[in-house]
Design a protein. Structure first.
Length: 245
């Protein structure tokens, strides 16, 4: 079935079109680089996000490359790419928090349009992105002092349907360590409380942006897009043993 013209974040995206622009937080002077891809045929809406923590670079690099590689004429459904959510932290070289108020974007949901900057940003994401999504993939990595084991967090305290759908997708990636999370106040975890299956991926660390890490993220995203038939890459899900913690 053919797709429809898409209106999001004040932009109109035609069928088979990709647009890239800077979204603004409630008309404030706060930049969020976004790519919107509206496929030719109807399908799921997949969100890929990075920069919730501003010193975690592999996910941002992966988003940049994916936004250029994906051909909207070969997409079923829609893709939202949020290249960097905590842009103020990125610009000012804060590793983790929103510098204006010290908020951790992985622990400020639900948002508040009348609150501090991080709470307003959370409200903006809830209103414009979470409500639009069928699945969210949030890309993270270790910061300056962290060299993490590669892993995925999936929800364990959302509805059974959301928990199972999130775990099913986690299993098809190249990542073997899957961690059941009780979190509810981050971008991906709050989305699960609203009925949106979501996962958080961790790869790399020490503020590095190694090619092996962002290329692995790109492969994971294509596996997920292929799973939902949003992009047909003929990718095969990982056959390696998964460890659920």
């Amino acid at each position: 079935m053919k797709n429809e013209v898409w209106n999001l974040l004040g932009r109109e995206v035609n069928i088979g079109e990709k647009i890239q622009f800077i979204a603004h937080l409630y008309e404030e002077d706060y930049d969020i680089p976004v790519t919107l891809i509206n496929g030719v045929n109807k399908g799921k809406t997949i969100v890929v996000s990075a920069g919730v923590h501003s010193g975690e670079y592999p996910g941002m690099a992966a988003c940049s490359i994916l936004s250029e590689q994906i051909d909207p004429l070969k997409v079923n459904g829609r893709i939202i790419i949020l290249h960097c959510i905590n842009t103020q932290g990125f610009y000012t070289k804060h590793e983790r928090f929103v510098p204006e108020d010290g908020g951790n974007m992985n622990d400020v949901f639900p948002g508040d349009k009348n609150g501090t900057l991080s709470k307003r940003l959370a409200a903006f994401l809830e209103e414009n992105i979470i409500d639009e999504a069928d699945f969210i993939v949030d890309l993270h990595s270790g910061q300056g002092e962290q060299l993490l084991s590669t892993c995925i967090f999936f929800p364990s305290t959302a509805s059974e349907e959301v928990n199972n759908a999130s775990l099913e997708v986690a299993k098809i990636t190249t990542i073997n360590n899957l961690i059941a999370s009780r979190a509810k106040s981050g971008f991906y975890s709050y989305a699960t409380t609203k009925g949106i299956p979501s996962i958080l991926l961790e790869r790399g660390g020490l503020n590095r942006c190694d090619r092996k890490d962002y290329e692995a993220y790109i492969k994971d995203i294509y596996l997920i897009l292929d799973h939902f038939k949003v992009v047909d890459k003929n990718e095969k899900k990982s056959q390696e043993v998964k460890f659920i913690w």
